[in-house]
Design a protein around this ligand. Structure first.
Ligand SMILES: Cc1cc2nc3c(=O)[nH]c(=O)nc-3n(C[C@H](O)[C@H](O)[C@H](O)COP(=O)(O)OP(=O)(O)OC[C@H]3O[C@@H](n4cnc5c(N)ncnc54)[C@H](O)[C@@H]3O)c2cc1C
Length: 363
């Protein structure tokens, strides 16, 4: 291995690759990040919501406190070092869709474990706050500790940072260009001690990790504009309504488990639009003051067992993967950057549930 060799080459500048690269740079590792820079990716279009309590059963994410703590530390540190803002708290109103959901909510409200996360039940039409254009026949609850990351801004900041420090190459890596050395790898003429794949859903094409049971979930997001003055509050009604300025908001998202292209889907757009219109109070439905200004889609890299895919290749430890963050990348990746760093450099074992080796015997 020559003296100019990198400590780590990362393939993929999505959220996983960017945040892991940042972590390694903070620890003085010599890194290079290579990305094809497609026009769309999960990270480029993600809504950026960090919400520890999700789903119709109102379930708290396992290890939520640690995940939130690491997100706070990670994103605030980047903001500080780059002298910028992309991370903030945001109000979150859950509009119950069924009596069952309401009943789960009430049960959780009496559970001390949920104390800091759920506030009170309220009826939308009886209060005077903004964004009150949704029907609310069963009631709503306010969730606390919800954060928002402006993902597009974060990715741009990271890209500028990598470029200005000569740590970035824009290229689509052909697996045939990767050569395994005894104690490292070569990509074209570049040598590195480790290669970490952060390829999002495209990892299912990676010949070294093709034995991992990736599941993909395409999602579409509409950006819309209105004359109504919006407050900074997410409304969730099976889909979510996320204000991004005083007169623009994002609307999303669906889960399409069968489509593998990233092209915006006309049927998903129609469905989102319909659900949104049907969720509006009747006077807003009659005089529809909302128009679509953008439509994007991306593919979430999910796993069959809903755990992440991280770890070394069992036979080629110079190759590793950092992936499988599904629909919760913003909340999971900061925590897993810390875990993965300790695994790479402090000999700390990974949890069996997270380590890709759990699937190796099934290959
Ligand atoms: C509609 C939608 C909404 C979402 N909303 C949220 C949300 O609100 N909150 C949340 O936490 N998560 C959300 N997510 C999930 C989140 O986007 C993902 O968890 C996260 O972005 C995954 O990041 P990644 O870096 O693993 O993958 P990606 O974003 O897919 O990045 C992979 C990168 O690898 C590059 N790459 C792959 N192969 C190669 C190669 N051979 N050569 C060079 N480059 C390569 C690609 O170009 C790409 O840039 C959402 C996802 C979608 C689709």
């Amino acid at each position: 291995m020559n003296n100019d060799a990198y400590d780590v080459i990362i393939i993929g500048q999505g959220l996983a690759g960017s945040l892991l690269a940042w972590k390694l740079i903070q620890k003085n590792k010599k890194i290079l990040i290579i990305d094809a820079n497609p026009s769309s990716s999960a990270s480029k279009i993600a809504a950026g919501i960090i919400n520890p309590v999700t789903g119709p059963r109102v379930v708290k994410q396992e290890n939520a406190e640690q995940l939130i703590k690491q997100s706070d530390l990670f994103y605030l540190e980047i903001e500080k070092q780059l002298d910028t803002r992309f991370y903030s708290s945001i109000d979150f109103r859950r509009i119950f869709q069924t009596d069952e959901e309401m009943s789960y909510w009430q049960t959780r409200c009496n559970d001390p474990d949920y104390n800091s996360l759920l506030q009170k039940t309220k009826n939308l039409e009886n209060n005077a706050e903004d964004n009150n254009f949704f029907v609310d026949p069963i009631g709503s609850g306010l969730q606390a500790n919800v954060k928002h990351v402006d993902c597009a801004k974060l990715l741009h900041l990271m890209l500028d940072y990598f470029k200005s420090n000569n740590l970035y190459i824009c290229e689509n890596i052909d697996y045939g260009d990767i050569q395994l050395l005894e104690k490292g790898i070569r990509v074209g003429h570049l040598e590195s001690k480790k290669l970490i794949f952060c390829e999002g859903f495209r990892a299912s094409l990676n010949p070294w990790f093709s034995w991992l049971p990736f599941v993909t979930a395409k999602g579409d997001i509409l950006t819309m504009e209105t004359d109504i003055k919006l407050s900074r509050q997410i409304n969730s009604f099976g889909r979510w309504f996320l204000p991004i300025s005083s007169n623009q908001f994002k609307l999303g998202s669906n889960y399409d488990w069968n489509t593998h292209d990233e092209l915006p889907s006309r049927s998903a757009k129609k469905q989102l639009y319909q659900i949104f219109s049907q969720s509006l109070l009747s006077n807003y439905r009659r005089q529809f003051p909302f128009q679509i200004i953008n439509h994007q889609s991306g593919i979430r890299p999910c796993s069959k067992d809903r755990s992440v895919f991280i770890g070394h290749h069992p036979e080629h430890p110079q190759l590793s993967i950092f992936n499988g963050f599904g629909s919760k990348g913003l909340m999971l990746i900061p925590y897993y950057c810390k875990v993965f760093y300790s695994y790479l450099y402090d000999n700390r074992a990974l949890d069996k549930r997270d380590n890709v080796s759990r699937y190796w015997q099934d290959k």
